[in-house]
Write a protein that binds this ligand. Sequence first.
Ligand code: FAD
Length: 407
Amino acid sequence: MNDYKIIGAGIQGCTIALELARKGKKVTLIERDKLIFNRASLRNEGKVHLGLVYMNDPSFKTPSLMLKGALLFRKSLERWIGKKSFDLGLSEPFYYLVAKDSFLKAEELEKGYQKLQEQFEAWKEDNPDWDYLGTKPEKLYERKPQSEIQRIFGNQLVEEGFLTAELAVDTSKLRNHLRDAVLSNKNITVLTNSNVEKIESFGGFFNVEITDSKGNYSLSAEVLINCAWDGKYILDQMMKVPLPPELLHRLKYRVIVDLPENLRNKPSATMVIGRYGDVVNQKNGTAYLSWYPEACIGWSHAVKPPEEWQLAAQGIVEPELSKNLSDRFLIEIEKWYPGISSSKPKIIDAGPIVAYGKTDVDDSKSTLHNRSDLGFRSIGNYHSIETGKLTTAPMIAVNFVNSILGE
Ligand SMILES: Cc1cc2nc3c(=O)[nH]c(=O)nc-3n(C[C@H](O)[C@H](O)[C@H](O)COP(=O)(O)OP(=O)(O)OC[C@H]3O[C@@H](n4cnc5c(N)ncnc54)[C@H](O)[C@@H]3O)c2cc1C
């Protein structure tokens, strides 16, 4: 086969296109946005998860999967970006701060972290050329004395903490590398401003109905790959792929700020486990902020999230909402990241999160704590990709292409 059409040009569509193109296949990437890599893959926290945030998954599959995705992340990108060394704008490392009302206490978290460390040791031994975003940490975490944690983060909300090896990438740098690789690849044709309205199969082919700025037209495809993230399930339905039980779309906002001088080069921090937040301290003097109770405005179990989410997901947010959100984030995060309220908000936008669950992350029984059901579902030559996380997308791209090419 040599006619591959991919719906959606986020990290998942772009990396699958690049991997197919690397193997000599002709690929068309169809994207509804005017730009590629302009939705969830750009407007997220950029954390390349070592698995530490998923300690409430009793099967332990999610932490293991994240760790594997993280250790393959840079290496997979290398094959498409074509250089051994490239700048992903790595953040300061994360402290994991155990909230006073976290439903897992520091001792329980430490047990899980130790189990993850053991997997990490085994993985390192079997794969001597491993790396984590170009670094080679010995330990994934170190429990810090309570006095140190409370000196840095205060004692209002936080009880205990760990310094970890976890890092985030700058998603705009990641976007630039992958966008340049896609746009310069002769095997890849990119159609932007092209919304896939309908798909159907007949006679061994697929018919793809598209609306672009000039009107409607159809394309045919021998192999059709659905990487549409929040736009995926409505298309899956047309192909009779069963919907996952408890499908959940959440719209989560982020605020990017310019940090005051005294907070530059300070650590990143994630509060666990529940409806808390993150500060991702970038080396360029900016930080990503999120405070979950205010950030997570949209919640929908519909097969397609509400149309009004689309604007924020392209970076367009009403000034009044922007101001309310950034004010609230700064007030709430100041309680556990002192000094942050002097930051200057500069970007406020949102991204849809696709997951499965009925209750939120502060419910210890919520299925949101298990994100291991990732990969792909195939019906003949129709393939529907469950990206899951930014962390796992490059690994999924390589595995998926190997699988459909029988390698
Ligand atoms: C706020 C937030 C924070 C997050 N933080 C992290 C994190 O720290 N670490 C992590 O690992 N993951 C994180 N994630 C998850 C991560 O962002 C996603 O898993 C990942 O970006 C999904 O990639 P994708 O390519 O599948 O989706 P997208 O990047 O959204 O790409 C899908 C593309 O499909 C297009 N599309 C949809 N429907 C159609 C259609 N009908 N026709 C044509 N095109 C269509 C869309 O326009 C879009 O460009 C976060 C997500 C959010 C929202």
